[in-house]
Structures are given as C-alpha cells and as structure tokens.
Design a protein around this ligand. Sequence first.
Ligand SMILES: [Zn+2]
Length: 419
Amino acid sequence: MHVAAKIKIQVTPEQEDVLWHLSEKCRLVYNFALAERNRNYQENKYRSDKQYIGYVQQANALPELKKKYPEYQWVYSKVLQTTLKSLDDNFKSFVALRQNGDEDANPPRFKGKDHFCTLRYNQSGFKIEENRIRFSHFYNNIPLVFTLPEGSQFTNVKQVDLFYDDIKGAHYVSIVHVVQPQQDYRDNGLYQAFDLGVTKHVGVNSHGKFIEFSVARPDTYWKTPIAELQARRDHCKKKSRKWQKLNRLKRKCERKRSNQIKDFQHKLSRKIVENTRANTILVGDLSVKQMPQSRQATPGLNRSTQNTGHLSRFIGFLTYKATLAGKRVIKIDEQNTTKACCVCGALHDMPLWKRVMECECGNTMDRDRNSAVNIMVLFLSQNALWTGYRLFAGNLRQTGLRIPKIPRYSQEAPCVSGG
Ligand SMILES: [Zn+2]
C-alpha cells in the first residue's frame, strides 16, 4: 500500500533561489493553462457539443513553449506535466460541481506571485541514496540535494512532492512510497465494532466488553478565536494591509485547528488498531449516519458534511493502519443501528439529543453502546459467523445484556451445534 511521509528539509540560500526559480516557471505554466481553460469554458458555455481542452492537449503544447521560451527547460519536464495534471484535477472538479447544478462553484484560482508552486516529481527526476534525496533541474549548477532523517528507508518510491509551507516558513518533501504489511490478514474469530461519533467513539468487542474514546475537539476550541479574527478582518477594507494581516492570522488558526484534528486522529487510530486483539474492526457506514448540524452554516459546507468529512478521514487512517498491521476494517451499512433496540429489535425514534435507548422490553442503555452492539450483530449475521455470534451473545449475557440467541437480522436459521 502507498504511504506518504512528510519530511522537513534544510535548504541553503542558493538552493532556495533555485527552488523559487523552478516554482515560478511552474506557477506561470499553471496560470497560463488556467487562463486557457477559463476562456475555453466560456466559449463552450452555450454549445451543445462541448469541446473542453484536456490535460493531453495542454501537455502536448509544452515542447512548443520550451522552444519559444527556453527558461522553461530549467524545470524537469515531468514536473511541468504534473503541474498541468494538478490543474486538470482542480478544473475537473469545478466543472463537475457546475454540472451538478452548483452555480456558486468557482473555477480554480490563479496562483499569486508569492505562492510556491509544489514541484511534483512522479516516477522519475529524483534519486534517493543513503539518507539523501537529489532532484533533477537545469537552472544552474547548484545541486538540489537534501538530507533525510537518519535511518529512513524508502523502497519503491512512486512520487515526491517538494513544497513550501508558508505558515511554518519551511520547505518539505512528501515521499509517496510502497509499504508491505507486517503480515497478511487472517480472521482470528475476534471482532471489534465501533459506533463512530462526533464527540466519542464507542466500541464493543467479541468478549462483550465496551470501550469509549472521547474525541478531542480542537474545532470547538478554535471556533471563537477564528470567528473574532474574521469579524475584525471584515471591518477592514478588503485586501488592505490590515485586512491581509488579519486574514493571514485567521488562516494560521485554521491551519492549526486542522493539524490538531489530524494529529489526534492519527494517534487515536493507531491506539485502536494496536490495542485490540481482534483482527477485524467494524465501523458504521457514514453515508446513512445522522449528524449534528450547526444552525449557522458555513458557506458551501455545513457542519454536518464537515463532521462526516472528519469521520471518513478517520476511517481512512484506521483502514491503512489496520492494513499495515495485518488487520482489516469493514464498513457496515448503518441503517437502523441507532434506532433498533439491540435486545428486541423494536425501532425507536432517536433524535440526536436522546442519549439513552429506553425500550418497552426493559432494555435501557447508552445509545452509542446500543448502536455498537447492533453493528456487531449485523456483521456477524450477514456473514453467517454463528460461532462468533454465540460467543458474543453469551459474553454479553454475562454482563446482563440479553440479546437474542439467534440474531433477528438473519433470514436463515443458524446451524445449532449441540444445544
Ligand atoms: Zn427492546
């Protein structure tokens, strides 16, 4: 599987000069190509046979450009191509949004003078040897060689990005390489189910043991400072010096917030994968999950999709960390796992403020625990894992939770062994 490693590099002033010259060429290519796309998009607006310019046409025009303006030869040719490819991706998603009826969708933005354009080396143009990485370029004779951390090993490197983080004020490389799992997945008869939520993740394992992880909420912490900065910024004349200063500060806070969320998710997903003996981790499918929504919606993105986005990224982290450890993450269709009582199966209306499932059958339990049990039961019965089911139901009974001996979800009768 592919893993990206982000590494800070030390850049000499001479190298920095080279990097900015290369970036500038990529930036111009990006902006020219974007202008061409914009024109082309407008021309096609009312045509029934739309003929959009694509990546291939723009990439094929590169040799001509280099002939006319030799300074574009400074940049390793694959890097110019990947610059056009990233524009292609950005533009395509804009066109797709418009086609889906989103009239507010804006085309990608032009990259400003002080923007460092990421140099993306795909498959070639770089070499990694003994903790050092070297990039090809033809600007002057200063070699772009950078030291990588001691002991770092990258086998089968697919792609390397060289970029500048303007908040941290440093250059980085991001190395996409192939990692082999420590071992292959094997179903060891133990399962760990999770109900993932915005404030907490609640799990239950085959032994009927519940576990809870509360979710760190940097977003709530940063909400006020960011809103305040925005209010102060909006009082200034747009694009004025003061406005830009506040805008930078606001972006810095937003970046910090998202880094903290990401960091927490990395740590928690690793903890979950490492601390369970189960080789199979079950999570609910988010597409059918109810999410809390904020009253004031941020433009283009309301809170509910934001939460879904955070959670689906968390599942992504969980999945790749599990794969590396020889485990597996399986998504379970979440329909009714919150609404159904796990003991008798009766459906209840469960608005988000209702934290406890109270059923006429006598079952009273935390809504997230109930949901986790349902996810486990759904998986075991859908896959006819009756041994696993009996183990789970038996263990739960010892804790006082009497889920049926035969899952209600099963259509076919389980093969009963013995009695
Ligand atoms: Zn019930």
